[in-house]
Ligand binder design. Structure first.
Ligand SMILES: Cc1cc2nc3c(=O)[nH]c(=O)nc-3n(C[C@H](O)[C@H](O)[C@H](O)COP(=O)(O)OP(=O)(O)OC[C@H]3O[C@@H](n4cnc5c(N)ncnc54)[C@H](O)[C@@H]3O)c2cc1C
Length: 385
């Protein structure tokens, strides 16, 4: 019997595999490995650096030349000044990084630490009579038993929900642009996010390099389908359009995909989910890839300590609170709502708390309340311990 099976070797799975192997556990990673997937920029918050440190990757990350991410800028609607969050603490920055580079670094490290990799498609969980997960079934008809299974198969949720999950009706468009940069000096290194006035649509700019941006648009409602010929048009109606300087050259193919979805559970007997497989409340506002790394760290600790239910319960509460936050952020342009969203952003992003995701991580460890403020529907006070 294998010690732990990690299904999926994206950011969450590769990080979890390395962290489990580092703790001396026997780890088998199973990924169907269908290629690099769409190029995508990730803006990592400083919390991710602690995961790199535990993996022994701090030096390699410093040498990788990734662009530093000192904070984020969020526009909250017309007529309101942008809210700039500067990451505090030490080192006070995360990174803007290409998802493929990050995943490859994590995979290589997991192998160095002793995790084994196998290319295969996971068809679903192997369960005992009581419904506890005891391994995985593979698409070739074979099965592998394990003491614990980590589902890190992203939106597939291959262990958690073999039949697929229902995703909210939303759509994502994005492209890589060359020859352009963010014009405003205060925002030049930030991931900048803005709503399209009067809608539940958000756009973002991620500065991967000095003259190299990813632009994106997340829409609520029916998927848009075809990508536009004019990418700048995606940003119209937002403050971001005026922030781009230079003539854009589309560097990479456009991508259209559906994303946000609820997950009914982040785990159960014998298994836990990490990364997107544990649920995606909202990919633009919730620092999801940093959460994938921090979730991997938490799940590795929980597997090693035989404490999967604690991880599952905390993670689910974290997503519930994020969901309430996303509800307010998307609720519309009325001022009390925007004020409430601003207060929540300030709380989770202030220099005093060391950045949103570092705060989330400490909340997951039970060191502090996740949110403790008043907003129009009453106080939100969510403890994750
Ligand atoms: C529009 C958009 C913008 C985003 N922007 C940001 C951002 O700026 N900052 C940020 O922090 N995050 C961002 N994210 C989120 C981030 O990209 C994801 O959270 C992250 O990539 C999730 O990693 P993961 O390892 O959980 O899943 P994935 O990367 O999806 O990995 C899943 C792995 O499982 C494998 N797999 C799937 N099914 C099976 C199966 N049946 N059998 C075997 N293997 C399987 C796949 O091959 C893959 O390797 C964004 C997401 C979107 C959609």
């Amino acid at each position: 019997m294998t010690g732990v099976i990690v299904a999926g070797a994206g950011i969450a799975g590769a990080a979890a595999a390395g962290l489990l192997a580092r703790r001396g556990l026997d780890v088998l990673v199973v990924d169907r490995d269908v290629g690099p997937g769409p190029a995508a920029a990730e803006s990592l918050a400083p919390g991710a650096l602690r995961v790199f440190a535990e993996l022994g990757l701090s030096d390699r990350v410093r040498e990788a030349g990734w662009r530093r991410n000192p904070g984020s800028t969020q526009y909250l609607g017309p007529g309101r000044p942008p809210w700039r969050s500067i990451f505090g603490g030490v080192p006070g920055h995360g990174y803007h990084v290409d998802r493929t580079d990050l995943r490859e670094l994590l995979r290589r490290r997991a192998v160095e630490l002793g995790a084994r990799f196998r290319t295969a498609e996971v068809a679903g969980p192997l369960c005992d009579e009581a419904g506890a997960v005891t391994g995985v079934r593979l698409a070739d008809g074979s099965a592998v038993e394990a003491r614990a299974v980590v589902d890190a198969t992203g939106v597939s949720r291959a262990v958690a929900d073999g039949d697929g999950v229902s995703r909210a009706a939303d759509s994502v468009l994005r492209a890589r642009l060359g020859g352009v940069r963010i014009a405003d000096a205060a925002d030049r290194d930030h991931c900048v996010v803005a709503p399209v006035a009067g809608t539940a649509t958000w756009c973002w700019l991620t500065p991967l390099a000095e003259d190299h941006l990813e632009i994106g648009r997340l829409e609520r409602g029916a998927p848009t389908g075809a990508a536009p010929a004019d990418w700048r048009a995606c940003l119209r109606g937002t403050e971001l359009d005026g922030l781009i300087e230079g003539t854009p050259v589309v560097l990479l193919p456009t991508v259209a995909e559906r994303w946000t979805y609820p997950a009914p559970a982040a785990g159960g007997p014998g298994w836990a989910a990490a990364g997107d497989a544990a649920g995606v409340v909202e990919p633009v506002l919730s620092a999801t890839s940093t959460l994938a790394l921090l979730g991997a760290q938490a799940v590795a600790a929980a597997v090693a300590a035989d404490a999967l239910p604690t991880y599952t319960e905390r993670y689910q509460r974290l997503l519930d609170v994020q969901g309430r936050y996303a509800d307010i952020a998307f609720a519309g342009p009325d001022l009390p709502t925007v004020d409430a969203a601003t207060r929540l952003l300030e709380l989770t992003n202030s220099p005093a708390t060391g950045g949103a995701v570092a705060h989330l991580r400490e909340a997951m460890e039970g060191l502090r309340p996740l949110i403790d403020v008043a907003y129009p529907d009453g106080p939100v006070n969510a403890y994750l311990n």
